[in-house]
Write a protein that binds this ligand. Structure first.
Ligand code: SF4
Length: 413
């Protein structure tokens, strides 16, 4: 059985270009040696890596060990201490624990659950580059993560086949230069921020020199799981690029957002970064209105706007997290009553072959609607437009269409 370890190791083979000397320095292994106790690299190195260590750290019974070992064989445990410290002691139902603790259910092989649910292998014109949407591309800037999330849709992704060589990185930059339709580059992985700052600085600087690129987007969970990752070096290269910067964190529960994460978000904002969150709807973690409401509220306190709530992708080994689309849509409908519109995440699914995300929603209620603008004469010689029935009411924008007497309006036309 193949164990997927995803040891962070990335961008080791960035190409030599006109930035030859800077690239060489950026990829020198001696360039960044861990020093201070709160250094993120030391925290990344010292993560919890075994079922036994995780159970002992959290005071859990040994009865969990056999299942944890089975799941760990398929996709290895990886939990930073900064994240473990937010998990309740001796509580197997803790929503953060459920995201990182392997279970024997991961060995189930079920119909419909596959290793590549998004069929990403179909959209990789070059190793390390995924080009699914016309004007944006995704670079696999890392094959490792700080944390291994049990539900990850890329838990089977063959990262070893997507570690570009020096020449291949040059090919990726050439590909971006040649296609002027591309306006946005998304750094993903794995987690792109496991890469050293000098390497990322080199890459982002190279991207900034491509004139038609407008935006840099970074998909990362590192500022959540190791907030010390948002250090001065990172803020330096982020602040230096001319590209507009969007950083999309990945959070599924408000308990993940402690004061250290909030402080990291404040630092990112100071560098001019737009902050968004994407999460996944997960059974036993966040499949309730209360939890989603608390998450959205806490995100906003931290300066982050909810962006996407991903419908569950049927990845093999994670079926125990599945929430049906119907349940997810019902939850979103109920959530509308608890959150202002600007805090509502969009429930979406990535459908293989489609050139955008697919929003999920319940079918509209079958109620009478106005098919075209109508005019009603309420007084002799005076036309009263009734194209929008709610417009005649001071509180019109708060009225439900179902409360309108549509039959009467149409009859008077
Ligand atoms: S969900 Fe994100 S952070 Fe978690 S294992 Fe997958 S890529 Fe890594």
């Amino acid at each position: 059985m193949r164990m997927i370890t995803r040891t962070p190791a990335s961008l080791h083979t960035i190409p030599h270009t006109s930035h030859e000397s800077r690239a060489s320095e950026a990829f020198s292994s001696a360039a960044e040696a861990p020093s201070a106790p709160n250094d993120w690299r030391a925290q990344l190195r010292d993560v919890i890596r075994s079922p036994q260590a995780l159970l002992e750290r959290l005071g859990l019974e040994r009865e969990w060990l056999p299942g944890a070992r089975d799941g760990h064989e398929l996709f290895s445990i990886r939990v930073p201490e900064a994240y473990a410290s937010r998990i309740r002691h001796d509580d197997p139902d803790d929503p953060l624990l459920r995201q990182v603790l392997p279970l024997d259910a991961e060995t189930d092989v079920l119909d419909g659950y596959v290793t590549d649910p998004l069929e990403e292998a179909e959209h990789t014109p070059l190793p390390g580059l995924i080009h699914k949407y016309t004007n944006r591309v995704l670079l696999m800037a890392s094959g490792g993560c700080a944390i291994n999330c049990r539900y990850c849709f890329r838990r089977h992704f063959p990262y070893e086949d997507h570690q570009p060589s020096r020449a291949q990185w040059q090919d990726i930059l050439d590909y971006l230069r040649a296609d002027e339709r591309i306006h946005e580059v998304i750094l993903s992985g794995g987690d792109p921020l496991v890469s050293p700052d000098k390497r990322l600085a080199w890459l982002v600087e190279s991207l900034g020199e491509i004139p038609h690129l407008k935006r840099l987007r970074i998909h990362t969970r590192l500022p959540v799981v190791i907030p010390d990752r948002v250090n001065d070096e990172l803020l330096g290269w982020l602040g230096a690029t001319r590209l507009q910067k969007v950083l999309v964190i990945h959070t599924n529960h408000a308990n993940e957002l402690d004061d250290a994460v909030a402080a990291a978000m404040t630092r990112l904002k100071s560098a001019g970064v737009t902050l968004l969150n994407q999460g996944v709807i997960l059974r036993g973690v966040n499949d309730s209105v209360e939890v989603q409401t608390a998450l959205a509220e806490r995100l906003f306190e931290c300066g982050v706007l909810p962006y996407y709530l991903h419908a569950f992708d049927p990845v093999q080994g994670a079926a125990h997290f599945a929430v049906s689309d119907e349940e997810a849509c019902n939850l979103m409908e109920a959530l509308l009553e608890h959150l202002p519109g600007f805090l509502m995440p969009r429930l979406v699914r990535e459908v293989p072959g489609r050139r955008s995300k697919t929003p999920l929603s319940k079918p509209p209620l079958s109620k009478p609607t106005l098919s075209k603008p109508t005019v009603s004469k309420t007084h002799p010689g005076v036309d009263a437009a009734t194209t929008d029935p709610s417009a005649s009411s001071p509180a019109g924008d708060e009225r439900e269409p179902s409360s309108l007497n549509l039959t009467g309006i149409i009859a008077s036309a």
